[in-house]
Ligand binder design. Sequence first.
Ligand code: BG6
Ligand code: MG
Length: 218
Amino acid sequence: MTKKGFIFDLDGVIVDTAKYHFLAWKKLANSLDIDFTEEENEQLKGVSRVKSLEKILSWGNKTISEDQFKALMAEKNEDYLNHISKMDEDEILPDVPRVLQLLKMKEQAISLGSASKNARAILDRVNLKASFHAIVDGNDVTKAKPDPEVFLIAAKQLEVKPEDCIVFEDSVAGVEAANVANMISIGIGSTDVLGHAKYVFKDFTEISDEFITSLIEN
Ligand code: BG6
Ligand code: MG
């Protein structure tokens, strides 16, 4: 059987951590007298921690010192870590385990490809680390999505050519990164947002075993 590389983004694909990022960013923004809405949080999906804080500060028209910037980054992450420390397997999104199980049964190569520097801690919390042959996250890259670096490193670690890789992504930047990497992009979310993906599904419950098998065989 052909061996393909299946690369999963983490936040918004495997677990719904956007709600915890939202709570942590909102607390921080409000402490600086900056309003922070769910719509703004949407725009931070897939965006690195540094770039997220830069965006929030620019929305609030604030300039701060480099030291203060570092302190705020640490503060946000501490708050976020506090939220994720309470996570468990129940927070894995529906049907993700089914798809991982099927890929394992079909002896496919599986990697994580996430912008988060907390990816390993989250996989530990939800007990999924053993499902991945490679884990590439925010600690391994120098360029953030939409740069394809994270996915290209994952392909290399899996020893699969980029054109034989399939990427599951919920963010605009992530789908773009997969396309630039010459991989098959599968958007998880709405077609309105992820129309540039090769396929789009609302979530994994819409992805059939037959569809996964066709990706392996074609
Ligand atoms: C992405 C999230 O996966 O990781 C972003 O979608 C987040 O919201 C980014 O900012 C970086 O995550 P972390 O855990 O390193 O702050
Ligand atoms: Mg994501």
